[in-house]
Write a protein that binds this ligand. Sequence first.
Ligand code: 5GP
Length: 199
Amino acid sequence: MKEERKGMLIVISGPSGTGKGTICERMLREDPTLVFSVSATTRAPREGEKDGVHYFFMAEEQYDELLSADAFLEHATVHGHRYGTLKSQVQKQMDGGLNVVLDIDPQGARQVMAQMPGCVSVFILPPSYAELEKRLHTRNTDDSKEINRRLGNAKGEIDQMHLYQYAVVNDDLETACAQVRAIIRAEKQRTTRYFPVVE
Ligand code: 5GP
């Protein structure tokens, strides 16, 4: 059986602290048809993060240059830092039949959904606000003022869940991953992207 596949764009978004990054990592590790879109950011690298792998870390001026050159598919300021998806990371890989995964915040996700109506959009939810607050505290990266700000943002973001095609509650990581896996599996078989040739 000969077949041809067009690559898809998979947007994984949701409030801060819902575990979307971990879910993306798992999907990318186990499915060789998926590639991660490395974003540009003005935030400093954390310990263990590599330039060009986790992000393209850059100064404000370099980011401004990319903005002026219209290099971003979407961009947003998230928790005081700027982040953007590079068009160059997305289109080439999709044209090559690969499925590109974006781990981006809801402001960026809305921009991508508006511009790329064929994308697959998945919203990751926490099981409760109490659990989200607990996770934000456990992560230990923010003070309580910042945690309250993120919780406040989460409420507004969850109100906009209907803009996404799929919703997944990350209560148990294995279950959430199985659900995202099933979404990707089914989306790969859409006749808009999958062209089997019957000989
Ligand atoms: P972190 O700095 O912890 O890696 O990411 C902070 C937030 O920025 C996360 O919600 C992550 O999904 C989001 N983010 C990462 N890259 C991008 C991007 O290119 N665009 C947008 N809009 N958000 C991003």
